[in-house]
Design a protein around this ligand. Structure first.
Ligand code: C2E
Ligand code: CA
Length: 387
């Protein structure tokens, strides 16, 4: 069991301990506290674990406590093999707990062996990351963004890939979450930002007409770097206009520290950078965020309208977001558009731009520059497009 500590921390810990003692029998059951806010209990198997069961248990513990923002979460290891050391059993319960530590709305998680394998995989990633960066195994790919009205290419997003010497191309979904946990993400991001700027300078020098290219800023980067100083310096170093370099930020960064994020974004916009709100609608999507944070575009995932049982309500949400952006006066970029039907759907809903496999997948720099030359809008006139 895991609970946050605060002013009332000691009292809360005592209450949790008492609650556990009251709910743990004296025969073949046991309870203890293994570190600051982590308790472990050996209990009879409960046949049907449910969110409701654990939510009620957590609510019972916190009842009457004058604190908010504390959640009690449960990691479970089911004992099937008694030869496993007790310390390993506890570690596995804690591993299960870690799966949901930052997951809003999830109260419990049951350990299975995939978690251990995932941990081993993560350990390998961590062992290799510094060497990979030094050996330039991380590559920046670019995915075009297109105008829904005339299909012209109006921008692109820089997306990182790991070209592993043995495993081949590893997608960011595998390593970014690990790097966000251990802080390496900021080193990797600065590498991606710098490489993107360097390539843009090279392309301009070669005489290509460029589109604005956006880079991703992780939630962790806000606390780790003075971004409001970093990006203007980067533009000066490569003699690039801030107009050409867009920044994608996420809702989660706002949730972490709204004041810090708003302050940074306001300064960056004063320098002329355009801010795109990434993955809008997948996090907490507080409406406060939209009134607090000045942004220049909203990015929304196509997952809202993929065929599934919530298709109708998801379509409603997408439509709502598109209307909201009209009302805010900012354009929308719908990501993940794969088919002509999807393109038509989002176009009729009022979306401005799309990014997705229908037009192009993320591609390496050599391919990207050929694509750019072919699809960019020259002197306000769209180049002929294949689509
Ligand atoms: P994201 O920023 O939401 O990026 C869009 C993701 O959607 C990309 O996945 C892209 O390849 C994928 N995508 C685009 N069009 C389609 C489509 O039509 N169908 C499908 N199924 N997928 C599509 P990718 O490149 O694997 O990146 C995943 C996430 O990793 C990104 O999501 C972003 O959050 C993160 N990421 C990628 N590069 C970086 C980076 O340099 N820094 C940071 N901090 N995060 C990055
Ligand atoms: Ca993005």
């Amino acid at each position: 069991m895991n609970g946050g500590a605060g002013e009332l921390g000691d009292r809360l810990l005592c209450t949790i301990a008492k609650h556990l003692k009251d709910h743990v029998g004296t025969v073949n059951e046991a309870v203890g506290r293994i570190e600051s806010n982590t308790f472990v209990a050996l209990k009879q198997h409960v046949p049907d674990y449910s969110e409701a069961y654990f939510r009620k248990d957590g609510a019972d513990v916190l009842e009457g406590f004058p604190v908010k923002n504390i959640s009690i979460k449960y990691g479970i290891y089911e004992i099937t093999d008694k030869s496993v050391a007790v310390s390993d059993m506890c570690d596995r319960a804690i591993l299960a707990l870690r799966q949901i530590k930052h997951k809003y709305g999830a109260t419990f998680w049951v350990y299975d062996d995939r978690i251990r394998l995932q941990m081993l995989e993560e350990e390998k990633i961590v062992q290799e990351m510094e060497v990979a960066l030094k050996e330039k195994q991380f590559k920046v790919f670019f995915q075009p963004k297109h105008d829904v009205k005339d299909n012209a290419m109006i921008g692109a997003e820089a997306l990182v890939r790991w070209r592993h010497p043995v495993k081949g191309l590893i997608p960011p979904g595998v390593f970014i979450p690990v790097f966000e946990r251990n802080g390496f993400i900021t080193k990797l991001d600065t590498y991606v930002w710098e490489n993107t700027a360097m390539l843009m300078r090279q392309w301009l020098d070669e005489g290509h007409t460029l589109v604005p290219i956006s880079v991703n800023i992780s939630r962790m980067d806000f606390g780790a770097l003075p971004l409001e100083e970093y990006f203007p310096k980067l533009m000066a170093k490569y003699n690039l206009s801030t107009e050409l370099y867009h920044l994608e930020v996420t809702e989660t960064a706002y949730m972490d520290d709204p004041e810090e994020m708003v302050k940074t974004v306001v300064i960056l916009r004063q320098h002329g950078f355009k801010i795109e709100m990434d993955d809008f609608g997948t996090g907490y999507s507080s409406l406060n965020l939209l009134s607090d944070l000045p942004i220049d575009a909203l990015k929304v995932g196509m997952n809202f309208v993929r065929e599934n049982k919530s298709y109708d309500s998801n379509k409603g949400i997408l439509s709502f977001i598109l209307n909201l952006s009209k009302w805010l006066g900012v354009p929308t970029i719908v990501e993940g558009v794969e088919t002509k039907a999807e393109l038509r759907l989002v176009a009729t809903m009022g979306c401005d731009f799309v990014q997705g496999y229908y037009f192009a997948k993320p591609m390496p720099e050599e391919e990207f520059i050929v694509y750019l030359d072919k699809h960019v809008r020259l002197n306000g006139v769209a180049q002929p497009s294949d689509k």
